[in-house]
Design a protein around this ligand. Structure first.
Ligand SMILES: Nc1nc2c(ncn2[C@@H]2O[C@H](COP(=O)(O)OP(=O)(O)OP(=O)(O)O)[C@@H](O)[C@H]2O)c(=O)[nH]1
Ligand SMILES: [Zn+2]
Length: 206
């Protein structure tokens, strides 16, 4: 995010949001530091608002990225291979939209190619597009599989996310070592129980 004021993509409620200036973002961080009970003018915190604004550019980079662009290039020369492609254990760090606290874990993505395959790294990049936003794990799961279907038109797709939500571990209910698992199947995976079992077995969820 730079100092330039630029419009954000419409939020789900379709209320257009204008991005504040860098100065406004830094002032908001100073307010939160004071709200936490510290003095934003003490030496150790003087540069913190600037660092936080810069870090947000990285942590929330997904708002400036487009899933369609990430999946735009496919390869057709794969020796006729048309069976399941699974990329498992893709690490991700997201922030929950309720508390703006991290949740993190792994994504497993599989699809049955229809007309060519996508570069494997692009599936990890796709996860980043949606993880680097304010999220719920359910929304993120749905967004990933929707993007795969819209852009690759596979015979089937499967996405499973397992994550630890820090808003549940370091605050609130303080339930440690709790993992949340979400998954979604489309196409052949939704219709065929055996394909689901094969996917679960391959990602280690029996
Ligand atoms: N379904 C879903 N819930 C989430 C996710 N991330 C956080 N939450 C939950 O969102 C809920 C928000 O509940 P609220 O009662 O509005 O807020 P709260 O008082 O801070 O809730 P507690 O966390 O129970 O203290 C909590 O139950 C969180 O565990 C997510 O990705 N998916
Ligand atoms: Zn939360």
């Amino acid at each position: 995010m730079d100092a330039q004021v630029k419009p954000l993509k419409p939020v789900p409620s379709d209320i257009p949001v204008t991005r504040p200036s860098r100065e406004e973002a830094e002032a908001a961080v100073r307010t939160l530091i004071a709200w936490a009970g510290d003095n934003p003018n003490r030496e150790g915190l003087l540069e913190t608002p600037a660092r936080v604004a810069k870090a947000y550019g990285e942590l929330f980079a997904g708002y400036d990225q487009d899933a369609g662009e990430v999946l735009s290039k496919t390869f057709k020369e794969v020796g006729g291979y048309d069976d399941l492609v699974l990329v498992k254990g893709i690490p991700f760090y997201a922030h929950c939209e309720h508390h703006m606290v991290p949740f993190y874990g792994q994504a497993h993505i599989a699809y049955l190619p229809h007309d060519g395959v996508v570069g494997l790294s692009k599936l990890a990049r796709l996860v980043e597009v949606f993880a680097r936003r304010l999220q719920t794990q359910e929304t993120m799961t749905a967004q990933i599989i929707d993007a795969i279907n819209e852009n690759l038109g596979p015979r089937g797709a499967a996405v499973l996310l397992e994550a630890e939500h820090m808003c549940m571990t370091m605050r609130g209910v303080k339930a440690h070592d709790v993992k949340t698992v979400t998954h979604r199947f489309t196409g052949v995976f939704a219709e065929d129980r055996q394909e689901q079992d094969r996917f679960f077995a391959m990602v280690g969820h029996r």
